[in-house]
Design a binder for this molecule. Sequence first.
Ligand SMILES: *Cc1c(COP(=O)(O)O)cnc(C)c1O
Length: 226
Amino acid sequence: MVNRPVWEELTKEMTAAGATLVAVSKTKPSSDIQELYDLGQRHFGENYVQELVAKHEELPKDIIWHYIGHLQSNKVKYLAPFVHMIHAVDSFRLLEEINKQAAKHNRTIDVLLQMYLAEEETKFGMDEKEILSLLDYYTAQRPQLQNIRICGLMGMASNTDNEQQISDEFRRLCNFFTHLADTTFFNQPHFAVKSIGMSSDYKLALAQGGNMVRIGSMLFGSRNYS
Ligand SMILES: *Cc1c(COP(=O)(O)O)cnc(C)c1O
């Protein structure tokens, strides 16, 4: 069961903000995805490789799939034939593997670099310095990396009720994005995505300049596991 009025309201908000809504359907049945698809939703996000592969097989082929979870290099090959965007790249090795697997299918896969924002220890991602060092490798090897496009940054804010803190964390990502757009990605319009904001904090993310939100529980109800 999906919450249709919420989807309609979110869709209006995203249009007004010029943002993309990624419906996070992890753990939810394909019938829920089909229901949103029939309303017009096309971008869906998943966190588990096997689950995404199975859903891709049974659902309409024009769904734009986002892999938003932590991805192990040895699993890239399962997603490479069809995934549109991989959100949580946090190592050069993973970037190289995505390029390699995408090349096998004659595809270009869009990726985001995951920036570490939260104070919790458990979240994956890179800080500014680590991203810059990854980009040094990337710039040096760019001629060999024709099958990926780095399209922006992804981040998750701290799990807190402190809205000021969440906004500060999102602002940090947006400021760093602007810096990269002015330097490494100068004049490269595909570097355009700030994937921040989930059900609990997407309004704060949009207010800070986010233009891609990943929303699950608001649309599909709460999950038994995440
Ligand atoms: C599950 C998940 C979301 C969606 O979270 P909700 O709180 O259900 O909206 C967004 N981003 C990532 C990376 C997730 O794992």
